[in-house]
Design a protein around this ligand. Structure first.
Ligand SMILES: Cc1cc2nc3c(=O)[nH]c(=O)nc-3n(C[C@H](O)[C@H](O)[C@H](O)COP(=O)(O)O)c2cc1C
Length: 215
């Protein structure tokens, strides 16, 4: 089974998506080819798919959707290239709940149908934005799961449903945890983190700007 992994993040090698890919392939013994959207010509990359049996697209969620660079690439796909091949997705993002990925998951499923491909599924990992800064004791469990996910994929050519279920948690924050999140939001604790980013990028004074507003 020849697999092409496509990194759909505009941050390429430097992003969290790449960290997910590197852990996914860690125990895979077959040759896998990794291409990063940001380093490739879309037309050439789309045609490269013809040489593979299976495509895995790994991506971050950007503004509730896929990054624009990945969307542009997907517009280069057609059945002549993709017929009867397999496709799966690895999606990671900052929101803390698994259900937030479901809108795009539904799109991926219909995309596979549209391209006449076998849909392997979508691995969804919420709360992943800080992965690149985390010490190894905090990422160990996740990285081991990703490795296992890769191992099962190599053995079975399928995405493991149990691992998908495990990593999607928490699906929705409810009860006491939700109350705590609301409290943290109310007292402004969450803003400390984001305001630091805004200040570092000289954007703090512009944080309420509405550049696309018609007013
Ligand atoms: C422009 C931009 C938009 C984002 N939008 C969302 C979003 O709508 N929901 C979310 O959960 N995370 C969002 N994030 C967070 C990313 O999904 C998260 O940081 C991810 O790990 C980035 O992966 P990357 O480093 O490979 O690009 C956004 C990040 C950026 C830079």
């Amino acid at each position: 089974m020849k697999t092409l992994i496509i990194n759909g993040s505009p941050k390429g090698k430097k992003g969290n998506t790449e960290i997910f890919i590197q852990n996914f392939i860690k125990d895979i013994k077959e040759e896998v080819v990794i291409k990063r959207i940001i380093e490739e010509d879309n037309e050439v990359l789309a045609n490269l798919i013809k040489d593979f049996d299976s495509i895995i697209i790994a991506l971050p969620l950007y503004v509730h959707g896929m990054p624009g660079c990945l969307m542009r690439f997907i517009e280069h796909l057609n059945r002549e290239i993709t017929n009867n091949k397999s496709i799966g997705f690895i999606l990671q993002y900052g929101f803390p709940e698994g259900f937030q990925g479901e809108y795009i998951e539904r799109y991926f499923e219909s995309l596979a149908e549209e391209l006449n491909m076998k849909f392997l599924g979508t691995l969804v990992k919420p709360e992943a934005a800080a992965i690149y800064t985390m010490p190894s004791f905090l990422t160990k469990k996740l990285f081991n799961k990703l490795k296992e996910f890769g191992r099962v994929y190599e053995e079975s050519s399928c995405f493991d449903k149990q691992i998908i279920n495990d990593l999607k948690k928490p699906y929705k924050i409810v009860g006491l945890k939700l109350k705590l999140v609301r409290l943290i939001k109310k007292i402004g604790l969450m803003d400390i983190f984001w305001n630091k980013f805004l200040r570092n990028n000289n954007a703090f004074d512009k944080r309420f700007d509405r550049p696309f507003s018609a007013e």
